[in-house]
Write a protein that binds this ligand. Structure first.
Ligand SMILES: [Zn+2]
Length: 98
C-alpha cells in the first residue's frame, strides 16, 4: 500500500518516497526530497508578483528554492526562504487504498 503525500509524491511500505509521475525515488520518509534536484535563484524569478527586494526586510540573503524530480523534472516544491536555512515545509499524509 502506498501513502499519498501530494499530487507528485507517494511513500511505499519501506518508507521510500517516489515521484508519482515516473516512479523515481526522491527521498525517504524523514527527508522526502533528499534526492531531488534543487535550484536556487533570485526571488524575482518566482514571477511578477515578487517585486520587493528582500534587502528591504532582512540583512540575510533570500533565495527562490525549487526542488525537482531527478528523472522527469516535475516541480515538487517551491519556496522563498533565507539561503542559509533548510526547508521548513512539512507535509501531512493521507492513506489511500485502505
Ligand atoms: Zn518524476
Amino acid at each position: 500500500m502506498s501513502v499519498f503525500i501530494d499530487e507528485n509524491l507517494e511513500q511505499d511500505d519501506a518508507g521510500l518516497v517516489s515521484c508519482r509521475h515516473c516512479s523515481a525515488r526522491v527521498g525517504v520518509a524523514a527527508d522526502p526530497l533528499r534526492d531531488a534536484r534543487v535550484r536556487e535563484s533570485a526571488p524575482r524569478t518566482a514571477g511578477p508578483s515578487v517585486r520587493a527586494e528582500a534587502s528591504n526586510f532582512t540583512d540575510r540573503e533570500v533565495v527562490f528554492r525549487q526542488a525537482f524530480c531527478p528523472e522527469c523534472l516535475t516541480l515538487l516544491q517551491a519556496e522563498i526562504v533565507p539561503a542559509d536555512e533548510p526547508s521548513f515545509r512539512i507535509r501531512s499524509l493521507k492513506l489511500v487504498g485502505a
